[in-house]
Design a protein around this ligand. Structure first.
Ligand SMILES: Cc1cc2nc3c(=O)[nH]c(=O)nc-3n(C[C@H](O)[C@H](O)[C@H](O)COP(=O)(O)OP(=O)(O)OC[C@H]3O[C@@H](n4cnc5c(N)ncnc54)[C@H](O)[C@@H]3O)c2cc1C
Length: 385
């Protein structure tokens, strides 16, 4: 029996595996994930968007040492990649990824991986059995780090449009492999939509429209920096009503927003006729012999032969059926929104822990981000002190 099984080996799970092994000296730990290599979805999504810089500061890196990335940026390997955007020293994606690769190599994090997908949980007297599509694994403690990233949001009108309709967060989508289009349309209102539209327009200038429901909303981060300080969090913890906590999270997260540098880049792309930015909302769509015809709230129409959705993730609790069954079988406490009610150490039930969106009602609005992963590791690590 393992001491720890981490389910999900993306940013959160990989960070936690590094933290547990290197900070807390845990030896018996494995990371279960359907992708053989760490950070697979992170790499795919960030490549597809064409983003050059992270939205978060360099201190929010994969290592538990906040200075690890800047220290790496001064080494022979890191120095040529050392690009940052101020304020907050947001690192280049290539620097972040190369630094992450070094950590994965140095601490042999890929060796901890078990390839498979969790499909069920059974409580044992001293832990849990994880049923996977690749056999069962038993562990004293299981941490669910599964994130939202396997649930791209498809608007109702896009459901039955057939070919030439893509979601930027579909794990099989590859922007590079898109066949050349006559008129591409990117739908979405946030940083990913803007970056994707610019990336497509650089490939075929003048053939891309970015359709946003609202004019660009400028915010440096997904939520204000105060959300990692007692200044904001005291008020959050003061609320014992989880519906009120959810309301606070929703209000705090700047959905569909972009930082000023990306907004400026978008503005330049429009001025240089690289792309068209239109503010309107799709209310219906149909397939035509030449492509897809979209009906807009203003009464206008748009036609496209390449529709790319950058509409984010569905907000429902990640996990799906196997988690619904576990919740029912073991009476795992949930709030009215379906999300786990957990304690300070992110413990949901003896031996069962969560991070990321599943830990949102305890960590707050930053739970899904890198800083949320770091805070989660420290909370879970408290039980090992
Ligand atoms: C394009 C993009 C850019 C972003 N930029 C930033 C940024 O700059 N700063 C920031 O703080 N945040 C950023 N985020 C938000 C967030 O930090 C990332 O989405 C991050 O990857 C979330 O980590 P995660 O571990 O929850 O998800 P992932 O990295 O996607 O990992 C989750 C893993 O769990 C696996 N999994 C799911 N279900 C199961 C199962 N049943 N069994 C086993 N494994 C399972 C998945 O296959 C996946 O490998 C960004 C997000 C996106 C999409």
């Amino acid at each position: 029996m393992l001491d720890w099984l981490i389910v999900g080996g993306g940013i959160h799970g990989t960070h936690l595996s590094l933290y547990l092994t290197q900070r807390r000296g845990v030896q018996s730990v494995r990371v279960l994930d359907p992708h053989p290599q760490p950070l697979a979805l992170w790499r795919r999504f960030t490549t597809n968007t064409g983003m050059e810089f992270l939205r978060s500061p360099h201190a929010h890196n994969l290592h538990f040492d906040p200075f690890s990335l800047v220290t790496f940026a001064r080494t022979q390997v890191g120095e040529p990649l050392a690009r940052f955007i101020e304020p907050y020293g947001r690192p280049a994606l290539e620097l972040f990824n190369t630094h992450s690769d070094r950590l994965i190599d140095r601490y042999k994090l890929a060796d901890l991986r078990l390839t498979g997908r969790l499909q069920g949980l059974t409580r044992l007297t001293d832990g849990w059995r994880a049923e996977t599509d690749n056999g069962a694994v038993e562990a004293r403690r299981v941490v669910l780090c599964i994130g939202m990233t396997e649930q791209p949001y498809w608007p109702e009108w896009a459901h039955d449009l057939g070919t030439n309709v893509h979601h930027i967060f579909d794990p099989t989508f590859s922007r590079e492999d898109l066949p050349l289009w006559k008129q591409a349309l990117v739908v979405g209102g946030g940083i990913t939509a803007a970056q994707t539209a610019i990336a497509l327009a650089l490939r075929a200038p003048g053939t891309v429209t970015l359709l946003m429901r609202h004019t660009p909303r400028i915010h440096q981060f997904d939520s204000d920096t105060g959300w990692i300080t007692p200044h904001y969090l005291d008020g959050f913890y003061h609320l014992s009503d989880y519906t009120a906590r959810r309301k606070m999270i929703v209000e705090a997260r700047h959905r569909g927003s972009l930082p000023v540098d990306v907004a400026k880049e978008l503005e330049r792309a429009v001025q240089d006729n690289l792309l068209i930015q239109q503010t309107d909302e799709v209310v219906g769509a149909q397939r035509t012999p030449s492509g897809i015809n979209l009906h807009l709230a203003s009464g206008d129409h748009l036609t496209t032969d390449c529709l790319v959705l950058a509409t984010g993730f569905t907000p429902h609790r990640p996990g799906g059926e196997w988690l619904d069954v576990a919740i029912q079988n073991y009476e795992l406490p949930t709030a009215p929104d379906g999300y786990p009610i957990i304690d300070r150490t992110l413990c949901w039930s003896p031996g069962l822990y969560v991070t990321g969106p599943l830990a949102e009602l305890e960590i707050g609005p930053v739970a899904r981000n890198f800083i949320g992963a770091r805070l989660a590791s420290e909370r879970i690590g408290e039980i090992l002190r």
